[in-house]
Design a protein around this ligand. Structure first.
Ligand SMILES: NC(=O)c1ccc[n+]([C@@H]2O[C@H](COP(=O)([O-])OP(=O)(O)OC[C@H]3O[C@@H](n4cnc5c(N)ncnc54)[C@H](O)[C@@H]3O)[C@@H](O)[C@H]2O)c1
Length: 365
């Protein structure tokens, strides 16, 4: 991030891809099939129903239909708060006795079966055999690359990953990525479909086990397990360190841009020059990459692009307001007004919710 606001550099145009010959355009889809209807498949079904789609579902468990309808009913009040599509109704859900019936008329298929590679490989081949030609099929897998799952299918070109977060009806993100045999146009089609269905989409250009968000979660998770295993921190301390610390910022500003603000007016460039040497310190078991010029430039340019012309002062104000909003929304601040109610206005720590002095340099991260 630069000190003075400048227009954000334009990112390189993505290569034009031939349109994927799906039977209907991504924003005209009306019928979605969910294969596997547990926590994630059920959450997807609830999301698509709330968006006004007709949903067919299949799951081999004997009690699957009951569980699925219970999940949809339980989610509906939250979905109502989010705003239902005019045609949204749980009655648009049909649970069918066979996979083949569930996908027979589908215009998009979301597979959410258990995370077992062999099961996914054969199930995706079965779905492919039963689904109308050209219809895109996405897997909810948490981490398998599609290349490892698509080999048994007759038409692997339409198979891709659409990785959601739990619950899919509330968390907007879906990571979309194809495998080696996936048609690039199918990836574009799926990204446009998910956007039309109200999701926030990251379309990945290359496969990466765990995709983006799970790699980040997993790094944090593994370090947490190491700290507990070594008696370095308790479970409570680990959870508090996030919910009372960086977690408050991550809801609205990512880890790169928040770290850029730790560099003050100098932004990410100053932050890296200042804190770069601590990459050699044993602050985590995950080895740091070499902070060479190209990585430094990539981080600085990335933060410039993320800042999108906003000045450091604007970003600081946005961050501060965001933290206040999150504290208030999670019941840790009174709903109205800007004064803390648990302390007299003239007592230490009282006053505006942002607190007093700036933290010392080096603490701000
Ligand atoms: N739980 C999460 O937080 C989460 C988040 C993102 C992605 N995922 C991924 O979503 C997928 C489903 O995970 P989940 O948490 O919903 O698991 P789950 O155990 O809650 O649900 C799996 C469902 O699949 C059904 N099933 C079993 N065999 C099947 C088959 N052959 N064909 C179709 N369905 C079958 C089961 O009856 C069950 O209802 C996995 O790939 C998982 O990695 C999970």
């Amino acid at each position: 991030m630069t000190a003075t606001p400048e227009p954000a550099p334009e990112s390189a145009p993505r290569q034009a891809r031939p349109p994927y010959p799906a039977p209907c355009p991504p924003d005209a889809v009306r019928r979605v099939a969910c294969v596997g209807a547990g926590v994630i498949g059920g959450g997807w079904a609830a999301h698509f129903l709330a968006r006004g789609y007709d949903v067919t579902a299949w799951d081999p468990a004997p009690d699957a239909e009951q569980r699925l309808r219970r999940l949809v009913d339980a989610a509906w009040p939250a979905l109502r708060q989010l705003g239902l599509h005019a045609s949204a109704s749980p009655e648009r859900l049909t649970v069918l006795p066979t996979l083949e019936e569930a996908v027979a008329d589908a215009e998009f298929v979301q597979e959410s079966a258990p995370e077992k590679l062999d099961l996914k490989r054969s199930l995706l081949a079965r779905i492919d055999a039963a689904t109308p030609a050209g219809v895109v099929v996405a897997s909810s897998t948490s981490g398998y690359p599609m290349t490892d799952m698509q080999g048994e299918a007759a038409d692997p070109g339409r198979l891709l990953v659409g990785h959601p977060f739990n619950p899919p009806y509330l968390i907007p993100l879906v990571e979309v990525v194809g495998g080696k045999l996936t048609e690039p146009g199918a990836v574009d089609w799926a990204s446009r479909f998910y956007e039309a269905a109200g999701k926030s989409v990251i379309t990945m250009e290359r496969e990466l086990p765990g995709f983006i968000a799970n790699r980040l979660q997993e790094a944090l998770w593994r370090e947490a397990l190491h700290m507990v295993a070594n008696g370095e921190a308790t479970v409570q301390e680990i959870d508090d360190s996030i919910t009372e610390g960086p977690g408050l910022r991550w809801a609205f500003m990512g880890p790169c841009l928040t770290f850029a603000l730790a560099g003050g007016e100098g932004g990410m460039a100053h932050m890296l020059d200042h804190f770069g040497p601590s990459l050699k310190s044993p602050w985590t078991r995950l080895e740091a990459p070499e902070l060479d010029a190209s990585l430094r430039d990539a981080m600085v340019e990335g933060c410039d692009a993320a800042a999108a012309g906003r000045s450091v002062a604007q970003l600081v104000a946005e961050r501060d307001q965001g933290v206040i909003d999150v504290l208030r929304a999670t019941g840790r601040l009174p709903q109205g007004g800007s004064q803390r109610q648990d302390a007299p206005a003239d007592s230490p720590g009282a006053g505006t919710d942002t607190g007093g002095a700036e933290p010392a340099e080096g603490e701000q991260r």
